[in-house]
Design a protein around this ligand. Sequence first.
Ligand code: IMP
Ligand code: MG
Length: 202
Amino acid sequence: MSAQTAIMLCHSEPSEDALWQARFPEVQVLIDSATLQARVRELGEQIARDYDPSDPPLLVGVLKGSLVFLADLMRYIPIPVSYDFVAISSYGAETRTSGVVRLLKDLDTSIAGRHVLVVEDILDTGLTLSYLLELLRTRNPASLKVCTLLRKPARQKIAIPVDYCGFDIPDQFVVGYGLDYAERYRNLPFIGVLTGMTVEAK
Ligand code: IMP
Ligand code: MG
């Protein structure tokens, strides 16, 4: 196979989401992959404009949900960046938080004097980000900003200042593009809603 053919095969076709949907019929597309990529590109370009390339930001991804978003986002930021991860648990295999937030994995690097951009998959009640931002602030970063792909305004309990937001979405449990339900669906290239699912109020 020539290199040209390989590139054409990898190119995202409009039918790509349909192929996935046929395999995951219980998931209804909310934000298709083309719309997602276009918005992630805009966010990346905006971030690149806002930071000084001579003082590269540290992207802090919140595992596991932000992995896919972070991986795409940083390739749309055409200035030097580095990245690190924290892991935080607030959910089990359920769709609603227990309200208990725990740090499962800390940063590998010091953030003192660094420009830190927290990259999150979804801002729901705000409990997770509120806990994380408070923790990171004690470590004296030069600046601390937040980039979230999704936000559910109707669910927010704690006001979190968000510097970059991909999409505001309705109060529905979403999966795909890193987001899971009981560890499933993280690999879907779009954001979808699980049909037939009822979730309990927090
Ligand atoms: P918060 O602490 O309530 O803001 O919840 C934030 C975390 O809950 C996110 O980082 C996600 O991991 C998870 N979460 C919240 N809503 C959803 C959803 O609709 N689908 C999948 N995970 C979600
Ligand atoms: Mg998360």
